[in-house]
Design a protein around this ligand. Structure first.
Ligand SMILES: [Zn+2]
Length: 369
């Protein structure tokens, strides 16, 4: 259970699944954390690009899974971890917090489950990167920093076989469910990270699964905004009184972590709005915003997406398309000489194994579990 400082202690029956997951090298481990009886988090590695988390609420033979993973091999490994955590439960419901691929590409591996998300997420599906584009970009990356960045962060995922499997049920603002003996509240707190971000509150466990409303120890990616609405959503979630927040990426969090993240959003908004009002071009503003207070977070190039969201809000010129924003991030990362975490490195939870040490190209596909 989480302590009152909001730094949850690991559960007693935690397990780690190691193993390679992609065609070009080793992947990151998957760790199961027990938050409360029947309530689990599945944490992937350091939470860098594509290494997302999932959650499980299981009671009386039923289970609700919060998000699937980026690829089929990763989701098979998740399925094995779910079976280990709750051997008597059947996943009857999958909730997609949003429809970025790292939270829904594995939906097809739960063919009997009802798949739930918000109306706004379902309506925004046309803005997502289609699964088939990833292998194309792996084979033919764009020239220059954009291609290098893509290959560095996304080249090691095995995107084969993904058939996008859309949600089967949607809701607007709130949906109350019961899983066995546990009440579960689905809340649409978007638009924020995307158009209709869903969080999953389990009051009895004092836990909220946040999806990408929280990037723990990392600069967030803002695909939608408004940025201040995202910050307000953080306040609303802190006000639930929950002690444990499961981020979409990174380690388990508490209220203090969510507050620090909210402050980051407000800080970047203030700086970006001032720059936009002064007529500073987006690319210049993104490079100049002071981020010293967050120097411990990698992937600082992502700030350009946050600044772009603020610029769009105030009517200043800025792109919205994910690939355009990724290109701008890549250029900044190249200037900063950033070769940040990702692709098989584990700065926070180093646990060397035979699998982690395998040669690039020695992937064993989906047998990681
Ligand atoms: Zn994500």
């Amino acid at each position: 259970m989480a302590d009152i400082q909001g730094s949850p202690a690991p559960g007693t029956n935690d397990t780690t699944h190691d193993g390679p997951t992609g065609p070009t090298g080793p992947g990151q481990p998957l760790r199961t954390e027990t938050i409360a009886p029947g309530v689990f988090a599945f944490i992937q590695g350091d939470g860098s690009w594509g290494w997302s988390n999932a959650g499980l609420v299981a009671s009386r033979g039923e289970a609700l899974l919060v998000d699937t993973f980026y690829t089929l091999p990763l989701t098979r490994r998740l399925r094995a971890a779910v079976a280990e955590a709750a051997p008597d439960a059947r996943v009857t419901t999958v909730v997609n917090t949003h429809l970025n691929g790292d939270h829904c590409h594995g939906n097809q591996l739960f063919p009997d489950a009802e798949i739930i998300t918000s109306d706004a997420n379902a309506a925004g599906i046309d803005h997502e990167v289609p699964p088939a584009l990833y292998p194309q970009l792996q084979q033919n990356p764009p020239a220059g920093p954009a291609g290098e960045y893509f290959t560095h962060h996304f080249g090691h995922f095995d995107f084969s076989g993904i058939e996008f499997t859309p949600p089967t049920r949607t809701f607007r603002d709130r949906l109350d469910l019961r899983v066995g003996d546990l009440d579960v509240e689905l809340l649409n707190v978007g638009p924020a990270h995307t158009g209709g971000d869903v969080v999953v509150h389990v009051p009895e466990a004092s836990t909220v699964f946040l999806g990408d409303i929280l990037f723990q120890d990392d600069h967030p990616v803002v695909w939608a905004g408004p940025v201040l609405a995202w910050a307000d959503a953080c306040d609303r979630l802190i006000a639930t009184g929950a002690r444990t927040f499961v981020p979409g990426h990174g380690r388990l969090a508490g209220p203090a972590d969510l507050a620090r993240f909210r402050d980051y959003l407000r800080h970047v908004h203030e700086e970006a709005a001032r720059a936009a009002a002064a007529g500073v071009p987006l690319a210049t503003a993104a490079r100049a915003i002071p981020l010293d207070a967050y120097a411990d977070w990698p992937l600082s190039e992502r700030v350009v997406a946050t600044v772009a969201a603020v610029y769009r809000e105030v009517g200043a010129p800025a792109p919205a398309a994910p690939l355009e924003l990724l290109t701008m991030m890549a250029e900044i990362a190249a200037e900063r000489g950033a070769r940040p975490s990702g692709s098989g490195r584990l700065p926070h939870q180093g646990r060397a194994t035979h699998e982690d040490a395998r040669e690039p190209g020695a992937a064993r596909g989906d047998t990681a579990e």
